[in-house]
Design a protein around this ligand. Structure first.
Ligand code: ADP
Length: 544
């Protein structure tokens, strides 16, 4: 017997057709690079997407050709996000914060055919264009006119060549739609190619009420850049659900974000912890000054969310939802949701649970595997490497079909994260395999120490890294950024940690810094700290 259901392909045009029919009047607001706020709606966006898709087709790009972007979060970026896949092409987002060498490597590796770039990022482009394969470069000028640099075309003029009622290409759901490189926190960037099907399933799966849970009543603001893993799927999910969308442009300081959140009535925003730590500090400095939407939720992930941050936002009536994910997972892998019985827990336990990375998302399978290759039970204690599989998880890297280091023989993706899973299914990321501190044959997790340090009132930020030690192999070093105006000593911090951790976990030393170096996606760059303090414990003796 055969199933009798239609084999309708799961593609982005399927989403767009509904968006333009049902949600044409729903606002899409952007703050352009010059700071001006412009309003449009999904109807305008969809018409322009049709035009751009048609113009791209007329430009004669071969199916699957790469359309790269070098842009902040704004409407033109959104247009390319949908138009390239809707024309049977692949949108490849480039991260303007990367080093020019890295951008040249990635653009070449992906063989990017056409680039759409912000006028304000032409300088970034100039530093690597000669080494990149772009055949054409379109510049988004947000209404500005005047001469363009040689070899560049105007995005608006290009788009105007397409018809606003052109049909979308008939694409296969397994066809490539988008592409993204890992941010290279732990090594050379590797490319992941997303299918239409993965985008649609990801949008559905993150829309579930106990996942991110989008609603047509939401006003959604992706602070996470659109060049970072599909902005966690927010543009797709916003289109699918008919959410109003607020695109904040390049200004991501706390006051600029709070201005937009207040004036646009944002109900759901997403970004990495460092962005929200800044926002929390601003709220704390002037409690009650901002009129934020009731029920405002912040989806926070990309690195571990300190419990102190969840508590801090609760004081302002803002709910932090912790999520975990990876470039390789489109990217959402888990989201926190309270199960039955949560309300009956005491306050400590409730916050401890909310600081976990949450429950495995729908359609995501997880297992923990120890050093010996044994699959561990979900008992909340056994720590092992987290392995995943699912219809939104990459099965290979672009240009590296065989990668035994990243994929197991039985078809699971190795996340490189060490984790525990509780019997209830709550995931706790202990550390990245490469960031774990190996002291005397035992493992110390840096994330727990960092989160504990960031709960100290005088600490703004903390990163704990492994430093080679003559006796123990490695020992933890804490790099601490004190809060403005606060004073704190190493001895105080040591005592503070000693209340929560065994003695051998306590950092051997504390260094006080003005800032923690960051990667292009805003994560602590522990590689840089490890290199800088490599010799800190050289010649050290004694027991920890
Ligand atoms: P990169 O590995 O280059 O940083 P990604 O942006 O794909 O690229 O990052 C994925 C990694 O980020 C995960 O493997 C994990 O180590 C870390 N991560 C993401 N979200 C969280 C989170 N909520 N808690 C702890 N770690 C996280």
């Amino acid at each position: 017997m055969r199933a009798t259901i239609m084999d309708e392909p799961l593609t982005l045009p399927l989403i767009l057709e509904r968006t333009e029919r049902l949600f044409a009047d729903v606002p899409v607001v952007e703050r352009r690079p010059d700071g001006a706020v412009h309003r449009a709606d999904w109807g305008t966006v969809c018409r322009r997407v049709r035009r751009l898709a048609d113009a791209l087709r007329r430009a004669g790009l071969a199916p699957g050709a790469r359309v790269a972007t070098l842009m902040w979060n704004h409407r033109a970026h959104l247009e390319v996000y949908f138009a390239a896949p809707a024309a049977g092409l692949v949108v490849h987002t480039l991260n303007p914060r990367l080093h020019p060498d890295e951008l040249a490597y990635i653009a070449t590796h992906a063989d990017d055919h056409l680039l759409v770039v912000d006028e304000g990022l032409l300088e970034v482009l100039a530093a690597f264009r000669a080494r990149a394969p772009f055949r054409r470069v379109l510049v988004v000028r947000h209404g500005a006119t005047g001469a363009l640099p040689a070899g560049c075309e105007d995005y608006e003029a290009f788009l105007a060549a397409g018809a606003a009622d052109a049909p979308f290409a008939a694409v296969d759901e397994r066809a490539p739609a988008g592409m993204c490189y890992t941010s290279g926190t732990t090594g050379r960037p590797k490319g992941v190619v997303y299918s239409h099907r993965a985008y649609v399933l990801h949008a559905l799966m993150t829309s579930l009420p106990d996942s991110i849970g989008y609603s047509l009543r939401d006003t959604v603001m992706p602070v996470v850049p659109m060049f970072h893993v599909n902005a966690w799927g927010m543009p797709h999910a916003a289109a699918l659900n008919g959410c109003a969308l607020v695109l904040p442009g390049p200004r991501l300081d706390a006051e600029s974000l709070l201005d937009l959140m207040e004036t646009e009535g944002v109900t759901l925003a997403a970004g990495v912890p460092t962005v929200w730590l800044g926002v929390l500090r601003a709220l704390d400095a002037a409690p009650g000054r901002r009129r934020l939407a009731e029920g405002l939720r912040l989806v926070v992930g990309g690195s571990a969310v300190p419990e102190a941050m969840i508590r801090g936002f609760d004081r302002h009536g803002v709910t932090v939802v912790h999520a975990w994910g990876m470039t390789e997972m489109t990217p959402i892998g888990s989201v926190f949701a309270p199960k039955r019985g949560f309300a009956g827990l005491d306050e400590e336990a409730r916050y401890a649970l909310r600081a976990t990375q949450g429950l495995p998302a729908a359609l995501v399978r997880m297992r923990l595997v120890d050093d010996g290759g044994r699959v561990l039970p979900w008992d909340g204690r056994g720590r092992g490497e987290l392995q995943v599989r699912g219809p939104c998880v990459t099965g290979a890297y672009h240009g590296h079909p065989e990668d035994a280091e990243s994929f197991t023989a039985d078809g699971w993706f190795r996340t490189g994260d060490v984790a525990t899973l509780s019997p209830e299914g709550y995931l706790r990321i202990v550390d990245r395999l490469k960031d774990l501190i190996k002291s005397g044959g035992e493992w110390i997790g840096s994330v727990d120490l960092e989160n504990a340090l960031m709960a100290h009132p005088a600490v703004a930020e903390a990163a704990v890294v492994a430093v080679p030690h003559p006796r123990w192999g490695e020992r933890p070093l804490a790099c601490v950024v004190p809060r403005a105006g606060a004073r704190v000593t190493a001895a105080e911090l040591r005592d503070f940690l000693a209340r929560r951790f065994p003695k051998w976990w306590l950092p051997d030393d504390f260094v006080f810094l003005e800032a923690i170096p960051r990667t292009a996606t805003g994560k602590f760059m522990k590689r840089a700290l490890r290199a800088r303090f490599r010799d800190r414990f050289r010649g050290a003796e004694g027991a920890p």
